[in-house]
Design a protein around this ligand. Structure first.
Ligand SMILES: C[S@@+](CC[C@H](N)C(=O)[O-])C[C@H]1O[C@@H](n2cnc3c(N)ncnc32)[C@H](O)[C@@H]1O
Length: 261
């Protein structure tokens, strides 16, 4: 049976949220790929592609001719097919490491936070690459803030993902988890974000996923959810330049074992 496991849902609200997040993170991801991937890339796969915003970034950053996005959300796949007709989007659970396409480069962002047995998965995806291929990893390592409402929001998101056996801040564990693999680049970068922008990314979850999720409802009463939600809404509308929140992203490139160049 097909299942959707993405913690933050696959509604139109979730799609819009990912679009806004992509507007910030995509240029950074594209620069990283252009800076470090110098061989000709003909085919790429975006694992956990969602509505396709990362897939489109990947296509432009690599100029690949064959571009495929894989996901387990039919809603996101439908949106991706409508948004980006030049690429192929396939239903595939990436825990089945027998991927439907063999490519020169596999990319994923904000995917490992939702999965378990990370090392085995990354090893298997690496083994499935074309010769001299690349795995490009773009995952969250940490989020630093002193803002009480942001902290409250993050503590709920972290707890919710942990309750499903995964880890929001999976990037922190990757040095250890992936030790011994053929790591070609390993970078952590600090990215200050405006409060209004962070609030815009956080707010949608408080009015959608949080309202239906038993784990959240068992821990926060409606007025507590409402208090966080109202703060985020107000902050997202109030477009000041203030920044009291910083993302730390882990970017890694792993090469296939047979790599010569
Ligand atoms: C946070 S979203 C990221 C989407 C996209 N990479 C981006 O950054 O805009 C995580 C995505 O991973 C997908 N996903 C989660 N578990 C998956 C699995 N086992 N196989 C394939 N996709 C999965 C979800 O459906 C969701 O679209």
């Amino acid at each position: 049976m097909k299942e959707t496991r993405y913690t933050f849902g696959d509604t139109i609200t979730a799609n819009e949220r990912l679009k806004r997040i992509a507007a910030f993170f995509n240029p950074l991801a594209a620069s990283f790929i252009r800076e470090h991937v110098h061989t000709t890339i003909t085919s790429v796969a975006d694992l956990g592609c969602g509505p396709g915003y990362t897939t489109d970034m990947l296509a432009h950053a690599t100029n690949a001719r064959y571009v495929t996005g894989l996901d387990i959300s039919e809603n996101f796949l439908d949106a991706a097919r409508q948004n980006f007709t030049a690429y192929t989007f396939i239903y595939h659970d990436v825990r089945d490491t027998n991927l439907p396409v063999k490519t020169d480069l596999v990319y994923f962002r904000f995917l490992l936070s939702h999965l378990k047995n990370i090392r085995q998965l990354v090893e298997d995806w690496t083994a499935s690459l074309n010769p001299s291929g690349y795995i490009v990893i773009d995952e969250l390592e940490d989020i630093y803030t002193d803002n009480k409402f942001f902290k409250d929001y993050l503590s709920v998101s972290d707890g919710l993902i942990k309750s499903q056996g995964a880890d929001l801040y999976i990037g922190k564990k990757l040095n250890e988890e992936l030790d011994g693999l053929n790591i070609f680049k390993n970078v952590s970068s600090l990215l200050p974000v405006k409060d209004s922008q962070a609030a815009e990314w956080f707010y949608p979850n408080t009015i959608s996923v949080w309202k239906d999720e038993p784990w959240v409802k068992d821990r926060l009463c409606p007025s507590e959810i409402n208090c966080i939600s109202q703060y985020l809404l107000k902050t997202s509308i109030n477009k000041t330049e203030k920044s009291s929140i910083t993302w730390r992203m882990k970017k890694m490139i792993i090469r296939a074992r047979d790599t010569k160049n």
